[in-house]
Design a protein around this ligand. Sequence first.
Ligand SMILES: *Cc1c(COP(=O)(O)O)cnc(C)c1O
Length: 351
Amino acid sequence: MNITITRTENSKLDHIDFNNIPFGKYTSDHMFVMDYDNGDWKDFRIVPYQNFQIDPQSKALQYCQCIFEGMKATIGSDNIPKLLRPDLNIKRFNLSAERMCMPTIPEDIFLKALKTIVNHEKAWIPKEEGSALYVRPTMFATENALSVVPSSSYTFYIYTAPAQPYFTTPVKLITEQELIRAVPGGTGEAKTGGNYAGSLLASQLAKKKGFDQIIWLEGPDFKKVQEAGMMNLFFVIGDTVLTPALSGAVLKGTTRNYFLDILKEKNIKVEVRDIYMDEVLEAYKKGDLNEAFGSGTAAVVSHISEITHNNIQMLFPNAGKTGIATMLYDEINGLRSGRIADKRQWLVPVS
Ligand SMILES: *Cc1c(COP(=O)(O)O)cnc(C)c1O
């Protein structure tokens, strides 16, 4: 696999204040790109970050054959950039590809591309604990044809963006009982942009009512819990941590995966199963619902201060101060910065 490199002549690096980088505001200087045609990935290259030329009739624009991944590269005191369990993202990307009838990417090519671009953009990785270089692998269909069959050609690229810790104040959520993000058999398990477009209206309506985000329930009866916005959802009831089982409509979060592994290792009781709002409400009334939080790559943990369901308000005044969610947050950020030893060998050096 030979990767050609074209360097930018106008690096943006000196113009960026690393103490003030809102999430996704700045992209780094270069990106990795490769194309798919006639059954093969080819033309592996690192080029200056730039626009694509795209046919107005491309199947990405018309039929939304597009998928992506989100992950973080960090750099600790040894000055070697690292990725956290990139195999999970690579496998999930290929599952998304299969669901959307797009070509998969051989794992060795994907990993080499990730390592090469992250190493190339090493100077863009913020050093402060909790900061990271956000890495966004993306694939879209390029064939120009209106027939509703899978595209014959695709472009895959990986761009990166420096990110500061995503300090979120605890969020207020409301359960959504009209709109549906995903159903078993649908595309909810694939990381495809259409799922995001379909979710925007519910978030917008919730914001108008004074909430930050919604909790998705499974239609048509809206009892079973799925996710919180674009994050996986956890509850702590008594001394047990609960998260919904993957039903085909819940995205297989990598952060969810790290959390489940850490909890099991610390001998904390975990239940991965169907969870219903009725039992969550009942636990709250009994005083057993201790915490609720979301998990995702960008924020790692999103603390929840309120959940409203059927006009009943559940409040978590200690959200973000103590508990399992803060322990998990600290564990992941400490691991990435090198403060906590990587005894599980989750970090993969890129050089
Ligand atoms: C990406 C995503 C998540 C979080 O996955 P991570 O791998 O932890 O970032 C959760 N839910 C949805 C719908 C997502 O798209």
